[in-house]
Design a protein around this ligand. Structure first.
Ligand code: FRU
Length: 888
């Protein structure tokens, strides 16, 4: 699976889980919801009031959903609506059946299906209902009958306008009314007709009755609306208005029954209760399985001019309270809605934050992983190349250095020289790559150190630019140098050189024929600024930020090199606490600007104790490169006509030993050892004049070897040159600590090596020369050497009169071999032990002759000469006059 696809799947899985969780929690957070179907037979104010009350009450429970339908007095429609509610799914049905017979079957089937049924206000003809709630319509009929009878004082004619035929309230109200009225013989129901509960039907029914010419003084309508309709009809006829109007419902709204009683339009009415609150309570009890009463008759009262005012006030108060409750409920709903929105928003925001976090973490982890993989692969590559680079150093020395030598040969043909120059160039390229990799390795491991020295940057820049002159000329690129005179800086010259070399070689590489490369350096306050500006191809803008990145470089801009060049530049500049910047425009050119402090203070600074720094070595390199081997050797032999000095080479590489033998054997007695142990025993035995030792050796390595040499009294005076990898500065520091006198870096140049050997031996000679003249030495001998010489002198003085005393007895007394004593004394003083003993005797003799009355012969014996004539000969040779002349 492709990683991106995998990642997408992961994301959708997370989203899916999140949504499931959300659904799960939203389900869990609320208790069970119930849907109550409410089937109303009519649409009118009384029923609207009921719905209001039901709705309001449902809020109190929080888990009730009402589905209200109204059939507008249409039986078939009501049946359809009930079926529809059933199919949608309801938990309970509240129904006011329009008519008893027609609706009963549907209601029965609902009941049979297990859904609780509450009959409200009206009834079916069946027993299949869970509960009933409503007024006692038969009772109401009776109350209204009694009221009419008493109001008419037992005498009168009544028109009865009944409710919808076949509807239970109409049937019951009529029954109750008749049951009372028939008790009054002088009261007669002159007309009884059905309306359909509407005002209009009351009007129409009355119109018909009036048409028939029926006389009456009381109208009893089964509700207020029909009563009002009848009155309208009567009024329309312009009949006198002494008729009693009795209705039912007594709604308290504007134009409702109570107001009509209040203003005399109705004589009496009866509060036909809606009580949606009680109805809801009953429904909830049933749904929750709580105990309930099956038949619930609501009791209210008749409204007449006697109680209407109080009832209206009560109703007003109720209305006010109701509106407040509604208002509060509205607010609560609003808050609830907001709250639930906020809950949803918060939940969604949480999910979004969670997903974003997962995304960010995954992206970050992927990036880190990618970076680690890159780093890993880069490091393993670097390890591989580092190993190879180390391996390449020795063969490179063995190829490059002989080639250097051969190029100087005057007998070469032009063709041979050209070929050798090609070889030299390619060896140099290889060496540069090798150094680059080893340097980078050190930068990576944080082991890169700095060797600081003070130098004039302009001098070096003039040298450095010459290296590029040939390639610039070949490419027809103009190379300009602009540098302040005497630009004195403190820096790691090798690293500054590498910075400049890398920038210059890049600049020339990317500049086309006819272009220009400007190499400049100027002082700027406490800093100096080196610039390499070319008119080359430029770097695309998008690549500029990564130009110093090792991965970027390594992957995209290798151009046949390691691609680490700019990364190394940056690292070296930063070691100096400087900065490097690049400006570039595609097609126009690039400018690299390096800014570094005039006096560098690094963190990892190595300072050579003898102030012999890289600068000196570089100077030696250049001076050596200017001279032919022959000149160096001539100088050497001119400086030293004495017997050949001895050199010991300690290196595990047979080729290196052979090579040094080849280049130095002509001028020195060279011996060799293939490891540190052997080297030490040879050094103690032979006490050579100089030791060249490799650092990296199995067993005793070069550092330990050097330490042992410098610790031992016999060998401590011997200059040691350590052969080391140039990049191993930390070894350099250790090397100086171990007492090494010089370093030669691999791959090395034979001329540099010879100059180094010569310089070290010369320095040693100066010391012994001064010493042998008993003047203050130029260079103080080490404690070991001074102790050695003091001991030797003490032994000589002790045996001064002993003519048998010689080198053998002296060396035996000092615990040395004759050779060791000889080489040590010769190395330190320039004279042999025999000469030293003789000179000491002669000097003592001179003092005696000058300060005593002793004869020449006596003095000769006293200072250990067995023959006075030999004494005189030696005395003359040393002091230039005969011993007799010393006598006063
Ligand atoms: C409302 C209504 C009332 C009447 C009741 C009888 O629809 O007509 O006026 O009292 O129904 O069910």
């Amino acid at each position: 699976m492709k990683p991106i696809l995998k990642y997408k799947n992961k994301m959708s899985r997370v989203l899916f889980i999140a949504l499931i969780t959300m659904t799960f929690f939203s389900c869990k957070s609320n208790h069970k919801k119930y849907t109550i179907g409410v089937s109303q037979c009519s649409v009118d104010i009384w029923r609207e009031k009921l719905i209001d009350e039901l709705t309001l009450s449902s809020y109190a429970y929080g888990n009730i959903e009402l589905k209200v339908v109204s059939s507008k007095d249409d039986d078939r429609l009501q049946m359809q609506q009930i079926n529809q509610l059933m199919s949608e799914g309801i938990d309970l049905l509240i129904v006011s059946p329009n008519q008893i017979n027609t609706i009963s079957s549907v209601v029965d089937s609902v009941y049979d299906s297990g859904i609780p049924v509450i009959l409200f206000d009206r009834k079916t003809n069946s027993d299949k209902y869970t509960a009933f709630m409503g007024a006692d319509n038969y009772g109401i009929g009776k109350v209204m009958g009694e009221y009419a009878a008493s109001s008419m004082k037992g005498q009168g004619r009544i028109v009865e306008i009944m409710g919808l035929s076949g509807s239970s309230p109409a049937i019951e109200r009529q029954r109750g009314f008749d049951d009372i009225v028939k008790k009054f013989p002088n009261i007669e129901i002159v007309a009884a007709r059905n309306g359909d509960w509407t005002e209009k039907s009351g009007e129409e029914v009355m119109e018909e009755i009036l048409k028939e010419g029926v006389s009456f003084n009381c109208v009893f309508a089964h509700n207020d609306r029909m009563a009002n309709g009848a009155r309208t009809s009567i009024k329309k006829k312009g009949l006198r208005d002494s008729i009693m109007y009795i209705g039912i419902d007594a709604l308290s709204n504007d134009g409702g029954g109570m107001q009509k009683v209040m203003n005399g339009e109705l004589t009496a009415t009866y509060i036909y209760p809606t009580r949606g609150d009680l109805l809801m309570q009953l429904a909830v009890n049933i749904l929750n399985g709580k105990p309930f009463q099956r038949d619930n008759y609501l009791k209210t009262s008749i409204v007449t001019d006697e109680n209407v005012e109080a009832l209206l006030m009560q109703a007003d108060e109720m209305k006010y309270q109701r509106s407040r409750i509604l208002d509060l409920q509205g607010k609560i709903n609003q808050y609830l809605a907001q709250y639930s929105h906020q809950q949803v928003y918060a939940f969604l925001a949480g999910i979004i934050i969670l997903l974003s976090l997962i995304y960010l973490i995954t992206a970050y982890r992927n990036a880190v992983k990618k970076r680690m993989l890159m780093e890993e692969s880069f490091n393993s590559k670097l390890n591989f190349f580092t190993n190879i680079s180390h391996e390449l150093r020795t063969p490179l020395t063995l190829i490059g250095d002989p080639v250097e030598d051969m190029i100087d040969d005057e007998n070469l043909t032009v063709k041979q020289r050209n070929v050798l120059q090609i070889v030299r160039r390619n060896v140099n390229i290889l060496m540069r790559l090798v150094n680059e990799i080893l340097d980078f390795r050190k930068i990576q491991s944080g082991k890169m150190t700095m060797t600081l020295s003070d130098f004039d940057l302009d001098t070096y820049m003039r040298q450095w630019i010459t290296v590029f002159e040939a390639s610039a000329e070949k490419k027809k690129v103009k190379l300009n140098l602009d540098v302040d005179d005497k630009l004195s800086v403190r820096a790691d010259v090798y690293k500054v050189e590498r910075i400049c070399y890398n920038l210059l070689s890049n600049a020339i590489k990317y500049t086309k024929e006819g272009g220009t490369v400007n190499f400049s350096a100027h002082k700027e306050g406490e800093n100096y600024r080196i610039q390499v500006a070319d008119t080359g191809v430029g770097i695309p803008k998008g690549e500029l930020p990564q130009i110093f990145d090792k991965f970027f470089q390594a992957e995209k801009h290798t151009h046949g090199g390691t691609g680490l060049g700019l990364a190394i530049v940056k690292a070296f500049v930063e070691l100096h606490k400087g900065k490097v910047e690049v400006e570039s425009e595609e097609g126009k050119g690039t400018t690299f600007t390096v800014t570094m402090p005039l006096i560098a203070i690094g963190d990892n600074v190595v300072v050579a104790p003898d102030a012999r720094t890289e600068t000196e070595e570089t100077a030696e390199t250049s001076s050596a490169s200017e001279l032919s081997t022959k000149v160096i050797v001539d100088n050497m032999t001119a400086a030293d006509n004495s017997e050949k000095m001895s050199i010991l080479i300690v290196d595990d590489n047979i080729d290196i030993r052979a090579y040094i033998m080849a280049i130095a054997g002509e001028y020195y007695n060279v011996s060799q050892a293939e490891n540190g142990e052997k080297g030490l025993s040879m050094a103690f035995k032979e006490v050579p004049d100089l030791i060249i030792c490799d650092i990296m050796m199995p067993g005793i390595d070069g550092l330990e070897f050097c330490k042992k040499i410098k610790e031992d009294m016999i060998t401590c005076h011997i200059p040691v040159i350590l052969l080391t990898a140039r990049t191993l500065d930390e070894q350099r520091a250790e090397g100086y600590e171990s007492g090494a006198d010089a370093y030669i870096t691999k791959p090395f140049n034979s001329k540099v090596l010879l100059v180094r050997i010569k310089n070290l031996i010369d320095n040693r000679k100066r010391l012994k020369y001064v010493y042998s003249n008993t003047e203050k030495p130029v260079e103080e001998p080490s404690d070991n050497d001074a102790a050695f010489l003091a001991n030797f002198k003490k032994i000589i003085n002790k045996h001064l009169a002993d003519s048998e005393f010689n080198v053998e007895t002296a060396s035996a007394e000092m615990g040395l071999s004759r050779v060791q004593l000889y080489r040590k004394v010769k190395a330190l003083t320039g004279s042999t032990p025999v000469e030293i003993i003789k000179i000491t005797r002669l000097k003592q003799a001179e003092v005696m002759l000058r300060t005593s009355e002793k004869t020449v012969a006596e003095v000769a014996y006293l200072v250990g000469f067995s023959s006075p004539s030999y004494f005189s000969k030696c005395y003359k040779e040393y002091f230039g006059k005969l011993p007799g002349a010393a006598h006063k």
